[in-house]
Design a protein around this ligand. Structure first.
Ligand code: MG
Length: 378
C-alpha cells in the first residue's frame, strides 16, 4: 500500500539578508533584498511530511510574487494532488503542469516536497531516488560567488576564498560601473594565480556591449571559463553573436528554463552550456529532462540556485550530486540569509570547495519551527 498525499500547504516567509549579493538585476530593481519565499508541506497518510521551497523572484522571466505562488499552489495544484500516490510523481507533475500556464516556480515547490516525502517513506536520500551519485559518492564541487562589489572588497573576498581552498569563482558583472568590474576581475586573478573565473552579467548588456566587454574581462581574468547570460533572456541571436565574436563559452541562464528551451538554444547554436535551476525547470522531474536534452545536444550543465533557503538548497544539492550532466562547480549553498529556517544549518554550510550531501532520508533537512514562526508572513 503506497503512501498518499493528504494535504498540500503553503507557508510564506520573509527572511532578511545578512550579507548582500548584488547582481545587475537586483541593482536595476533597486529593491532591498529579502527572501520572500514560500515553504511547501506535503502531508501523507504514511505519517511523513515532505518539504519544498519556492523562491519567487518577481524580477525574473516567469517570476511571480510570493502571494501569486501561494495562490497558484493552494488553488490550482493542491486539489489535484490530494489523494494521489507518491509512487507516481512524474504523472503528478504532468497533471500539475497542465493546471498552470507555464509557471515553473510553484511547480518546483510541490515537486520537491513530493520527492522529500517519497524519500522519507522509502528510507532513501533524494539523490538515490534520482538514480544515485554517478561515482558512488554524493559530493559536489563548489565555487565561490562574489556579487557586484568595489574592487578592494572583491580582492579581500578572493583572498579569503583562496585561504578556504577555493579556486573556482563566479563573479557578478553587468552593473553600472564597468571599469570597476574590470578592476575586480583583475584583482581576483592577481590574488589567486590559479583562479578559474566565470562572470554572470544577468542580462546586463546589449549584444554589442557584450561583444566589446567580454574580451576585456577575458584578458583581465587571464582567460574566462565562461560568460553567463550576457544579454537579455529573449535575445537568442545575441547569445550566439557573443559566443561567435568572443570565443568565450556562453552559459544560458535566464534564457533557459524548459527542455524545449534547451532544444531551441541548441538548434540556434546559441550557447555552450546551460544553467539548471530547480525553480526554472519546475522541480527535480523536469530538471532531469532538461539535463537529458542538454546531454543529447552535447551541452554540459551547471547547477545554479535562486538563493533558496535550507529546504531549496538541499534540493539543489541532491540534484547536483545525482546528475552526471552537472559537471561544473556549483554555488548552491546559501551564505547570505539571516536564517535558512532549518535545524543544524551548519551541516549545509560550505567548508572548502567540496561538499558531501547528507545521506538522511528525503532531503535530509528538518524545519526549525521557531525560526519559521518568527519569519512567516501569513
Ligand atoms: Mg545566472
Amino acid at each position: 500500500m503506497s503512501a498518499r498525499v493528504t494535504a498540500v500547504e503553503t507557508v510564506p516567509v520573509s527572511v532578511p539578508t545578512e550579507t548582500a549579493y548584488e547582481t545587475s538585476l537586483s541593482i536595476a530593481a533597486g529593491e532591498a533584498e529579502s527572501y520572500d519565499h514560500v515553504l511547501v508541506r506535503v502531508e501523507t497518510d504514511a505519517g511523513v511530511t515532505g518539504l519544498g521551497e519556492v523562491a519567487p523572484l518577481p524580477t525574473w522571466p516567469h517570476g511571480l510574487t510570493q502571494s501569486a505562488v501561494v495562490d497558484l499552489i493552494d488553488d490550482r495544484l493542491a486539489p489535484r494532488l490530494e489523494g494521489e500516490s507518491l509512487d507516481r510523481i512524474p504523472r503528478l507533475v504532468d497533471r500539475a503542469e497542465r493546471a498552470l500556464s507555464g509557471e515553473p516556480f510553484p511547480l518546483c515547490g510541490v515537486d520537491v516536497a513530493l520527492h522529500d516525502a517519497l524519500g522519507k517513506t522509502r528510507d532513501l536520500p533524494v539523490y538515490d531516488l534520482l538514480g544515485g551519485a554517478p561515482d558512488g559518492e554524493a559530493t559536489i564541487d563548489l565555487h565561490y560567488s562574489i556579487g557586484i562589489r568595489p574592487p578592494a572588497e572583491v580582492r579581500d573576498l578572493a583572498v579569503e576564498a583562496r585561504d578556504d581552498g577555493f579556486t573556482a569563482f563566479k563573479v557578478k558583472v553587468g552593473g553600472p560601473d564597468f571599469p570597476a568590474e574590470r578592476e575586480a576581475i583583475a584583482a581576483i586573478a592577481d590574488a589567486v594565480p590559479d583562479a578559474r573565473i566565470r562572470v554572470d552579467a544577468n542580462q546586463g548588456w546589449s549584444a554589442a556591449e557584450a561583444v566589446r566587454r567580454v574580451p576585456l574581462l577575458d584578458a583581465d581574468a587571464d582567460g574566462l571559463v565562461l560568460v553567463e547570460q550576457p544579454v537579455p533572456y529573449d535575445d537568442i541571436a545575441g547569445l550566439r553573436r557573443v559566443r561567435e565574436a568572443t570565443g568565450v563559452p556562453v552559459l544560458a541562464d535566464e534564457a533557459c528554463f524548459s527542455p524545449a528551451d534547451v532544444a531551441t538554444l541548441a538548434a540556434r547554436d546559441a550557447c555552450d552550456l546551460v544553467n539548471i535551476k530547480l525553480a526554472k525547470t519546475g522541480g527535480l522531474t523536469r530538471a532531469r529532462d532538461v539535463a537529458t536534452v542538454a546531454d543529447a545536444h552535447g551541452l554540459p550543465c551547471f547547477m545554479g540556485s535562486m538563493l533558496e533557503l535550507g529546504v531549496g538548497t538541499a534540493a539543489n544539492a541532491h540534484f547536483a550530486a545525482s546528475s552526471p550532466a552537472v559537471s561544473y562547480p556549483t554555488g548552491v549553498l546559501n551564505v547570505h540569509a539571516a536564517s535558512t529556517l532549518i535545524d543544524a544549518p551548519e551541516a549545509w554550510s560550505p567548508a572548502g570547495d567540496r561538499f558531501t550531501v547528507p545521506d538522511a532520508p528525503g532531503l535530509g533537512v528538518t524545519l526549525d519551527d521557531a525560526a519559521v514562526e518568527r519569519y512567516r508572513t501569513d
